[in-house]
Write a protein that binds this ligand. Structure first.
Ligand code: SF4
Length: 98
């Protein structure tokens, strides 16, 4: 998965925006799986049991990949919006020393 894939799938008009923020994550019982971006990504990124098992290295590789894509998108959005993440990070470091 990379940020271009995520942007592409997020542009699917069949998905209900943010529906996964208002559910109990009981996907097996959900009638809206075909309209949920989270479900689609999870099925594509973790299609087998091994990739969903926290005791399996594959799970941690997938999680690491997800964090990296999230960071890439955050940096891209910040740059587009003129937000200096380094300046924010330095300010947070000051607070951490208090
Ligand atoms: S498919 Fe799963 S994550 Fe998506 S809305 Fe349904 S329960 Fe929530």
């Amino acid at each position: 998965m990379d940020k271009e894939y995520l942007k592409m799938i997020a542009g699917n008009p069949n998905f209900i925006p943010g529906i996964y923020n208002y559910c109990d994550r009981w996907c097996e019982r959900c009638p809206l799986t075909s309209r949920c971006m989270n479900f689609a990504i999870a099925n594509e990124q973790s299609p087998d049991q091994d990739s969903r098992d926290i005791n399996n290295e594959t799970f941690w590789h997938k999680l690491s990949e997800t964090f990296q894509v999230t960071l890439d998108l955050l940096k891209e959005t910040a740059e587009r919006e003129g937000i200096d993440l380094d300046a924010i990070s330095k300010n947070l470091s000051i607070f951490n020393k208090l």
